[in-house]
Design a protein around this ligand. Sequence first.
Ligand SMILES: O=C(O)Cc1cc(O)ccc1O
Ligand SMILES: [Fe+2]
Length: 446
Amino acid sequence: MADHATEMSNNLKYMPGFGNDFETESLPGALPQGQNSPQKCNYGLYAEQLSGSPFTAPRGTNERSWLYRIRPSVRHTRRFSNASYPHWKTAPCLDDHSLPLGQLRWNPLPATKETQTFLEGMRTMTTAGDVLTQVGMAAHAYTFNADMVDDYFFNADGELLVVPQLGAIRVFTEMGIMDVEPLEICLIPRGMMFKVSRIGEGDTWRGYVCENYGAKFTLPDRGPIGANCLANPRDFKTPVAAYEDKETPCRVHVKWCGKFYVTEIGHSPLDVVAWHGNYTPFKYDLRTYSPVGAILFDHPDPSIFTVLTAPTEEAGTANIDFVIFPPRWLVAEHTFRPPWYHRNIMSEFMGLIHGQYDAKEEGFVPGGMSLHNMMLPHGPDTTGFEKASNSELKPVKLDHTMAFMFETRYPQQLTKFAAELETLQDNYLDCWDGLERKFDGTPGIK
Ligand SMILES: O=C(O)Cc1cc(O)ccc1O
Ligand SMILES: [Fe+2]
């Protein structure tokens, strides 16, 4: 398969379902039947287990896959040397910078000037928690303009939730290939080797990544909503097995407890011919999310738009919620329809994939980012407030919009890069300037 694809491939096959036990082989008979570890595997393949949960995790959260590959992965990680990706930071990271506390918003990362790959183009905006105790997350933004051809990567520190915003990407993992375009997301499990290449033409490919150090992302419970709507399991797509049979010099890059290493090998590590199991990458089309909302009055909490949640031991207190704000009908009567003004114990990192966000029609642009950290007040800008307080409340389709939030229980620490980024908006706070006192002590609608 060529590294630079001109368009998303219709030939790639995916298997539907969230957390299913899948099986797939790219050569007939490559997958052993009835057992995991035959004395000798067909085609001379090596059998290898990849564990995404402790062996003893309860059945409902126990995840592992069996990979049948040309070489065992001990042959893919020979003698590491130190490597450096200075812009990819890991918690705890209390970078020294002089930006005081505040609500923050950025325009998109500037386009890449040098040639760089997905790995080289990763820029950490915030970190939270502590990778050494497998708690917390990092919010990254990326730009890149070159394919990873003979360069491969795995992240031992957490799974990666990739949210392309500009340009489609091909993610070739050990377990198969996913083509992912803006308005789709994909998840690369912790420890899984992969490379990313560009799809289509362009100057810059751009997006966001949430690195989850904690328990894996899963579907939120629906409670009284019942068995359907929100993110439906069948819309999650896991790739079928695909492999590269390539005997050329390659490099495997690793991130492990915040440090980077690289190893030189003479072949591709993406050599899995068949696999079965439930520890897998997947992609998901955000357009298949079925939102449920207020159908009479008031603005519900954004948790109704949770696509995936990464839980902690404390009930209802997520390490990360991945929340989207998709197109939807607004029908609530006698209601201020956009988000209310609020302060939140959770910390909110937001991005805009496409269109406009209803609380901030100006200033929050596609590819942009905002950070409303623990307990910092925020809400609609003055224009949004005036518009929503005075508009006729007929049913309105909120269209051409797709914002998202990485919301974490842990305060998000700004990196020096984010604090000094040239696209930081100095005047963000001005968006609330016009919210003047209306109260004059007399009753009545003002
Ligand atoms: O702050 C934001 O824009 C995100 C958000 C949206 C919403 O509808 C309610 C709460 C909330 O934090
Ligand atoms: Fe908020």
